[in-house]
Write a protein that binds this ligand. Sequence first.
Ligand SMILES: C[S@@+](CC[C@H](N)C(=O)[O-])C[C@H]1O[C@@H](n2cnc3c(N)ncnc32)[C@H](O)[C@@H]1O
Length: 410
Amino acid sequence: MDSLSNLPLALREFIDPAELSALYEDLGLDAKAARTLHDPGTERTTQTLVGLVAPGQMFTKAAADYVVQAVDQGMTEAGAFFLFLEGRRQEQELANWRNSLWPLLHANVVYTVTNNEILRRTLGGSTKLETAKRKSHKVRSGSVLMFRRRVHAMGPDATVEKFDQNASSWNGNPGGAGYPHFRWMRRFVGCFTKLSKNGRILDFGCGAGWCGIEAAKTFGCTELAFFDPSPEMVKIAERNAREQGITNPVGRTGFGEAPPFPAAGEEPYDSVISSGVISFSPDPNVWIDGLLPTVKSGGNLVIGDIQRTSRGMQRRRREKPLLPARELNAQTAAEVRALLEPHGFECTGGAGYQLTRPFPEAMHVNETKLKGLLTRPLLWSNQIAAATNRRLNLPGDDQFDSWVMSFRRK
Ligand SMILES: C[S@@+](CC[C@H](N)C(=O)[O-])C[C@H]1O[C@@H](n2cnc3c(N)ncnc32)[C@H](O)[C@@H]1O
C-alpha cells in the first residue's frame, strides 16, 4: 500500500468495501473480492476497486491523475471502479471527476447514499434501491460514481446489446411530435450524397437505414447495401427500405472496423454514408481503416456525427455526471477530416445541423408537454439554420449539435 503522505490529499482516507455491499448487490458484483484503490495486490483485479474522497475534499487534478494511474495498474478490462465522494456533492463536481477520468474510464451509474436510502441513477432513469430499506446501522452518506473501463463500456457486446434493445426507438415514432425532425435530419445527411445513374450506395452503421434510404430515393440508386452491428437494426432497415419502394436492399451485420461489405468478389461502392457512427468506435483510426476499402476510387463519402464542441454539448459535459460514452468520444468535423485527407479524401462540402441548446430542450418540451404545437416552427428554424450554415457558414459551427461532410476519393 502507498504510504499516506505520498497520496494526494483528497485520497488519504479509506473506505471498507463492505460498506458498499448494497451497491455490489445491486450490480451483481462480489463485495468480498473488492480491493481499495491504494492496495496494488499481486495482480490486477478482475473485480472491483474502491476509492474514497474524504468529506470536505474537493476535486483536484493531482487526485484525478492518481486515480487514473492506480486504476489502470490495478484493474483489468472486466473490473469496475467505485469512487465514493463522501458528503454532499454538486453535480458539477461529479461531472468534473467523470471528465477527468476519461478516456480511461466511463461512468455508468451514480448512487446517492444517505443514512436511510440509496438512489441509483443511470441514463435510463432513477430508482430507489430496495436493499437500502433493510439497513439499520448508520452508513456514510455521499455520492458514488461507478466506472468501467472505456473499452469495456464501448466494447462490441455492449454496442450490440444496447442497439438491439433500443432498435425500435431509433426507428423514430411516426405520428410523434419529433418525427418530422427525425426524418428531416436523415434526409439532410443523405442528400450530401453525389451519385450518377445506376450508382451503388452503402450505409455504413445504418441504424434504421434512413440516411441510405433517403439517398437511394433521391438518386434513384439501383443497389442499396447496409450493415450494422445490431441484427435488430438490420431487420428494421430492410423493412423500411422495402416499404419505401427499394426492391432488393442487402443488409448484413458487422462492425465498421471490419465491415461485411465488400465481401470477396464484390466491388467497393460509388457512395458510402456513415451518419452518427464514428463516435461509437473506441479507436477511430481502426474504424477509418475499415471504411477505406468500401469507397471506390472517384467515389463519394458522406460522414456525419455529433458535434462535441457545440455550446450545448460543452455545457452537458460540465454539468451532467452521466452522459453516453459517445458524447465524450466524439470527433469534431476537423478531426475526422484530418483522419481522412491522408487517404486521398478531398472535402467537397459540409454543414452543421441540429441547432444546439436551447433547441433540443425546446423539442423535448414540445414532445412531452405541448403535443407538437411547436413542431413546425422548430423544424423550420433548424432547416433554415442548417441551409445558411452550409452556404454562408452562419450561424457558426458551435451553434449545432451535429455536423456532416462530403468527400470525393481521388
Ligand atoms: C446513432 S445510430 C445512427 C444510425 C443511422 N446511421 C442514422 O443516422 O440514423 C448509431 C448506429 O451505429 C451502430 N454502430 C455502433 N458502433 C458501430 C461500429 N463500430 N461500426 C458500425 N456501426 C456501429 C449502432 O449499432 C447504431 O445503429
